[in-house]
Write a protein that binds this ligand. Structure first.
Ligand SMILES: [Zn+2]
Length: 253
């Protein structure tokens, strides 16, 4: 059985074939999918999908760094209320993205720290998005770590040393479709990270694994990610599924 620790299956890309997709999840042995929120406008969709099938779809609540704009204080207030009034399986997606837009760099960092503190108080795992600033993101987590922070560095693409720092903080590396891309380098690092520190994710509808690269991604493609990791690590797909699922259960309970 697989756990997809990061997918946005509530987006409109899935409106047309949601039922068929759920069946494909079932036949691909995906037992759980964690749904990180994006901003205030996606809350209703996250809730709706997780209420439709609470065993399968697990909602998370947070403000994505790429959506930290002028109105971030109101966004945060609304999201905090939603998180505290509801029942969520994690805080996410949170983090810092210095690739797309630097306008709100300082605010992104502030929003990230605020949400880490919520997670700490509520003892909930987090899913972290970090682009072009992994070292700083790891440092922020280390500073705020009091023993109650845990979670996943989603779409990990750092070095072996960074992976070691992350796992020493009690966090896991989220590995997805990028591991199947030639020249991305993630497969080389995966060879050096123990399976015990890896969880699987698809980030659907984005970052489809080969052979679906460039097309809409979905959680049922998770086996293509597991197969590539199995080859890279010289082990079986069953072993990759078993250990990464066990890891995901450790993080998310
Ligand atoms: Zn995401």
């Amino acid at each position: 059985m697989y756990i997809d620790t990061h997918a946005h299956l509530y987006l409109e890309e899935f409106d047309e074939d949601l039922e068929a997709m759920e069946e494909r999840l079932h036949s691909s042995k995906v037992e759980r999918v964690y749904l990180p929120n994006i901003d205030v406008s996606s809350i209703a969709q996250v809730k709706q999908l997780s209420e439709r099938n609470p065993e399968l779809f697990k909602p998370m609540m947070g403000l994505h760094p790429c959506y930290v704009k002028e109105d971030y204080k109101e966004q945060l207030k609304h999201i905090e209320q939603t998180l505290k009034d509801g029942s969520f399986d994690g805080v996410g997606e949170i983090g810092v993205d210095l690739y797309w837009d630097l306008t709100f760099q300082e605010e992104q960092i502030e929003v990230f720290k605020t949400q880490l503190l919520w997670a700490r108080d509520l003892k909930l795992p987090v899913t972290i998005h970090s682009r072009k600033c992994l070292e700083m993101t790891i440092e922020i987590v280390s500073e705020l770590q009091d023993g109650n922070l845990s979670g996943v560095f989603h779409c990990f693409n750092g070095t072996k040393e960074q992976a070691e720092k992350i796992s020493s903080q009690g966090f896991y590396m989220g590995i997805g479709g990028v591991v199947t891309y030639k020249n991305a380098g993630v497969d080389q690092v995966v060879k050096e990270i123990p399976l015990n520190h890896i969880v699987l994710e698809t980030d659907a509808p984005y970052l489809s694994p080969v052979p679906f690269r460039g097309k809409r991604n979905e959680s049922s493609y998770i086996n293509f990610i597991a197969e590539k990791i199995a080859v890279d690590k010289g082990t079986s797909v069953d072993e990759v599924a078993r250990i990464t699922t066990k890891n995901a259960k450790k993080v998310f309970g």
